[in-house]
Ligand binder design. Structure first.
Ligand code: C2E
Ligand code: CA
Ligand code: CA
Length: 466
């Protein structure tokens, strides 16, 4: 009986041990692998990086760390749903694995962010080859359900130990390089260098300053007059934002609008700009008795914001400004990304009575096809084409063609950046209706603009060309 019992207990113990082993390995798996893609997870890659740092101290070989972020994942996820999004991540994970050697480690850090540790490199630059291989592998179209997709990735690369000896520092630097790859137009890779860190910390500092600037209202709108070239009268003014920085003085918009756009802060500031511009235009009517329009620049984010129509409407209403005195300036790329939706929005704004202008024309896609489809009023010739008029033969031909084409489409033309009478003359002869530029006036505060409206002969060409 005792022998029997002993055997039974031994069997049970063995079975339990087996179960324990199974559970332990499952737990280990959970702890080290990403359940969706079966790639290594954050925890595991951290350990591997630490190990690589150690080994790099003892050997001649280099280790490369690639930080990857998919470029258009959010769009797939938003338009097709999470299940399809997950499917895409799985396919992409397989392509990453196929692009590296078996001893390299591919990990998913979360979302659409991945990380690859490449081992045993002879030269530091060799991880660039892996990045190239990955970009090529991603280039193959990818099937999800019935639809075909193209994914690409932006890749930042650091080498161990040059770019750091702590996991945190390495990943942070790789992330900074990845960010550079994004700003360089996506679907490319960048090796980290120290200059990038400086740029990144300046960005962080600037972002903090901008948040403060919004709450402390350090912004002011300036206005640049737009003239009817035929009569020489001011017909409208473009609102251009200025930042009165507490120590740096007046900061031009090109230095901060891109960051506002990227961080989404532009929505708040943009709302303020719209409100402010409407109030100013109302002042011009009341104080100077001149019925002129105000042109407001919109950024891509604002244009996509579903609240935009109501923001514009309520700004006009509370300023008691009629819509026919409001013009919005949009760029080609803003409408190109979704023509149907853009057209609906433009139709709505037009129905309200607002004028719509295409800004910086000639610098983007400049496709006649879409211009025809859209409900527009004004086309603004970018100042880069005006700059070398009338000397430059190419620019002469381009500007003449743009004006003729705009007129075919029943659009009025505004030339930007007119600085000389010769430029004005050329534009006038080619039938350009309106112009703005330093020849007439820089952008000025509303109060100054009102003074100008009261004494229009202040403006240079009024004296000289007449
Ligand atoms: P933009 O819309 O093309 O604005 C015209 C720019 O040309 C202005 O620069 C203006 O000061 C400058 N300019 C005007 N006349 C001349 C000239 O004769 N010669 C030269 N060389 N330049 C001239 P600014 O004010 O620095 O604005 C730069 C850009 O910042 C604008 O380009 C626009 O894209 C953006 N921006 C400005 N204000 C706003 C705003 O309120 N909202 C948004 N979203 N963007 C804005
Ligand atoms: Ca503009
Ligand atoms: Ca422009």
């Amino acid at each position: 009986v005792l022998d029997e019992a002993e055997l039974q207990v031994a069997d049970q113990l063995e079975a339990m041990q087996h179960q324990i082993n199974k559970n332990t390995s499952r737990l280990e798996n959970l702890a080290h692998y990403d359940s969706l893609t079966q790639l290594a997870n954050r925890h595991r890659i951290f350990k591997e990086i630490q190990q690589a740092v150690k080994e790099s101290a003892e050997s001649e070989e280099f280790f490369g760390l690639l930080y990857l972020d998919l470029d258009n994942f959010k769009r797939v996820n938003d338009s097709l749903g999470h299940t399809m999004g997950d499917e895409l991540l799985k396919i992409v994970a397989k392509r990453f694995l196929a692009s590296v050697r078996t001893h390299d480690v591919v990990a998913r850090l979360g979302g659409d962010e991945f990380c690859i540790l490449v081992k045993g490199l002879k030269k530091r630059e060799d991880s660039g080859m892996i990045a190239e291989k990955i970009l090529t592998a991603l280039g193959e179209p990818l099937k999800l359900g019935t639809a075909e997709f193209h994914v690409s990735a932006s890749i930042g690369i650091v080498t161990i130990p040059e770019h750091g000896i702590s996991t945190e520092q390495l990943l942070q630097n790789a992330d900074i390089a990845m960010y550079r790859a994004k700003t360089e137009g996506r679907s490319n890779y960048q090796f980290y260098n120290e200059g990038m860190s400086v740029a990144a910390s300046e960005r962080v500092a600037l972002e903090m300053e901008l948040r403060k600037a919004i709450t402390e209202q350090q912004f002011e709108l300036y206005y640049q007059p737009q003239l009817d070239l035929g009569s020489g009268k001011i017909v409208s003014a473009e609102a251009l934002v200025r930042w009165h920085h507490p120590t740096r003085g007046l900061v031009p918009p090109d230095d901060f609008i891109p960051l506002l756009e990227e961080t989404g802060l532009i929505i708040d500031l943009g709302k303020w700009i719209i409100q402010q511009a409407c109030v100013a235009a109302r002042d011009w009517h009341d104080v100077a008795g001149e019925n002129i329009r105000v042109a407001i620049n919109l950024s891509p984010r604002q244009f996509k914001d579903p609240a935009l129509p109501s923001i514009i409407r309520s700004a006009m209403m509370s300023a008691k400004l009629q819509p026919c005195y409001v013009e919005i300036e949009i760029t080609e790329s803003m409408v190109m990304s979704n023509i149907e939706e853009s057209n609906q929005l433009l139709k709505y704004l037009k129905a309200l009575g607002i004028t719509v202008a295409v800004d910086d024309f000639g610098t983007g896609h400049s496709s006649l096809g879409y211009l025809k489809k859209l409900d527009l009023d004004v086309l603004k010739v970018d100042r880069t084409f005006v700059k070398d008029l009338p000397e430059d033969e190419n620019d002469r031909a381009i500007v003449a063609a743009i004006i003729a084409m705009a007129h075919e489409l029943k659009l009025k033309v505004v030339a930007e950046g007119i600085e000389s009478l010769e430029q004005e003359d050329f534009l006038k002869r080619h039938g350009c209706e309106m112009g703005q530029g330093y020849l007439y006036s820089k952008a000025i505060p509303s109060g100054k603009f009102i003074e100008m409206l009261r004494r229009p002969d202040n403006i240079v060409p009024f004296k000289r060309s007449r």
